[in-house]
Design a protein around this ligand. Structure first.
Ligand code: ARG
Length: 476
């Protein structure tokens, strides 16, 4: 069963068939291909190409095809791609009337349409999984508002922050990712069907009717562009690669914090693995795989962009590989998101270890700010505190172990209350400007995070289907 071949005297080489066959990748498009085919059957009736009976027979046949595939029907070696498979099964179901369905359409507009429908669904599924990870981050952040820990720059202890503040620093990137996904889904919501192979359909199909019945937001305005445009795939792949990159950074933070050297978190049983040799090991494999997966996601994006670069206008077979990259990225991120959420959910935070890591030099900025509040300039305060840090370092003591005289000698504006300025809690308490780590600012941030809920990936109107649609058109 082939969709082409009349013009060839000989059959295709098995080698051509091997490189050309895409059923192994695109099989999963079948529900969307069935759906758009049903809409196409209605559009052909509306255009006067099919009788109402024929159109209904094709719709019924496509339902049978969907049931058969859902029940486990497998492709055969001769099925070049998912479109060929569905066409073959449709012939099985309804006989020769099946040959009328491909009137005025091409696999070029068909595959672009099915891939767009699949992408819109995928964006919604990823969005839901990202949201679940965000909920875990929020729940953990809620309970850690009083815990203090070091924040790092250059991976050197920098300043104390609340542990909630650190956790929420991983919430907002996901929020931006979800917005990018929504934009990608919006970009995918332009209907190519009706563009034919390249020049448009020669039959007067209503593309508006098709757009409405398939739930697209717009109709692609140029048939040449419609069959060759894979921007939506690249956009989805970028959103996913960015999300994977964010997750790799969260994973890396947790892997570091779970090492004995940090000891800020302990991994649970559900998402840790052991070693075949070292009985003591508890390894954060899920996080390492999340970190590593970001590389593949980047590769998927680059392979799509690489295929598009310099491609001649219109459909070219290079585009067949769009789905390989897209499906791999979506499958990967849908494994990574729940694994990271699960790991985070069962972590134990060792708040005493976090607190113990707050060495007093981390409050050096607070000491300088103290002098500024007493009237010194920041430059001069910075110098005075630097000298104190050097003394403490030379003597091998914490800043608060230096004698009061040492502070007085460093700057005349130091008074007895200087030791309060050396407490991590007061350091944090001073940082109440919006976005800071002060307790009120963090509470407000948590509230903002709870409210922030990016719009669903795409608002698709419930599509009106087949016979129901015909009834509407007949009534109008
Ligand atoms: N399997 C093809 C793809 O995924 C379908 C489109 C084929 N078009 C063609 N002109 N051969 O891109």
């Amino acid at each position: 069963h082939k969709l082409w071949g009349g013009r060839f005297a000989g059959g295709p080489s098995p080698l051509l068939e091997a490189i050309n066959r895409s059923i192994g990748v695109d099989f999963r498009l079948w529900p969307h291909d069935v759906r758009l085919s049903k809409a196409w059957a209605v559009a052909l009736w509306h255009a006067g190409v099919l009788s109402l009976e024929e159109s209904r027979e094709l719709e019924r046949g496509l339902d049978v095809v969907a049931e058969r595939i859902a029940a486990g029907e497998q492709p055969t070696a001769s099925d070049e791609d998912v479109h060929t498979l569905i066409d073959r099964l449709l012939h099985d179901a309804v006989g020769s009337v099946a040959s009328k369905l491909h009137t005025g359409r091409s696999r070029n507009d068909q595959v672009a349409t099915a891939t767009r429908l699949w992408t819109i669904d995928a964006c919604q599924r990823i969005d839901a999984a990202a949201r679940e990870l965000q909920q875990v981050l929020l729940a953990r952040a809620e309970s850690l508002q009083d815990a203090l820990m070091p924040a790092y720059t250059h991976l050197q202890r920098a300043q104390p922050v609340s542990a909630s503040h650190w956790l929420l620093s991983h919430f907002w990137p996901l929020e931006r990712d979800r917005r990018r996904l929504a934009a990608a889904a919006h970009g995918a919501s332009e209907l190519p069907l009706g563009a034919g192979a390249i020049a448009g359909s020669a039959f007067p199909v209503s593309r508006v009717l098709l757009k409405e019945s398939l739930g697209f937001q717009a109709v692609a305005r140029n048939s040449i562009d419609a069959v060759g445009d894979r921007d939506f795939v690249a956009e989805a792949l970028f959103a996913i690669a960015m999300m994977g990159t964010h997750l790799s950074r969260l994973a890396e933070d947790l892997i570091l914090f779970g090492s004995s050297e940090f000891g800020f978190v302990r991994f649970g049983d559900g998402f840790s693995t052991g070693s075949s040799m070292m009985p003591q090991k508890r390894n954060p494999d899920a996080l390492e795989l999340a970190r590593g997966s970001a590389a593949r996601l980047l590769g998927d994006l680059v392979s799509m962009l690489g295929a598009l670069k310099g491609l001649p206008t219109g459909y070219n077979k290079d585009l067949q590989d769009d789905k390989r990259a897209l499906f791999d990225a979506v499958d990967t991120i849908l494994l990574v998101l729940p694994a990271v959420a699960g790991t985070l959910d069962e972590l134990t935070f060792e708040t005493a270890r976090m607190q113990a890591a707050l060495s007093s030099t981390m409050m050096a900025t607070d000491l300088a700010d103290y002098l500024v509040r007493k009237g010194a300039t920041f430059r001069e305060s910075h110098g005075a505190v630097g000298a104190l840090v050097r003394q403490a370092e030379v003597q091998g003591v914490e800043l608060y172990e230096l004698p009061y005289d040492a502070f007085r000698a460093a700057h005349a504006l130091f008074a007895e209350d200087v030791f309060d300025a050396l407490s991590p809690r007061s350091s944090v308490a001073h940082r109440e400007a919006i976005g800071g780590t002060g307790p009120t600012a963090v509470r407000e941030q948590l509230e903002a995070a709870l409210l922030a809920d990016a719009p669903p990936a795409v608002s698709r109107e419930t599509p009106v289907h087949g016979n129901e649609l015909i009834a509407n058109v007949v009534a109008a």
